[in-house]
Design a protein. Sequence first.
Length: 98
Amino acid sequence: MKPRQVSKPVLNTASALAFATGEVKNENTPNDIKPTKKMAKNALKSVSKDRVFFAPEGDKRLTINISSELHKKLKLAAVEGNSTAGEIIEQLIKQYVK
C-alpha cells in the first residue's frame, strides 16, 4: 500500500500577521480592512521584538515530530539536568555529526 501524500497547508502571511496584531479583527468584521504586504511588514516589525519564537541571531529553528512519551522523557531530563530540551538536542546533534 502506497503512503498517502499530504500537501503542506498554505498560510496567507499578510492576513495572519494583520490578525495577530489586531489590525484585522476577523473576516466578518464590518468595515474590514484587507491586509496588504505593507501591513504585514509593519506588523512583523512591531511584534518581532516581543515574540519569543524567533531564533536568536545566528541560529535556525528546527521542528521535529517525536512521540509523546519521548517528549515527556526529554522534558524531564531537561529539568533534572537544569537545561532545556533544545540544549540537550543540540548537544546530541553535535555528537552525532562530528
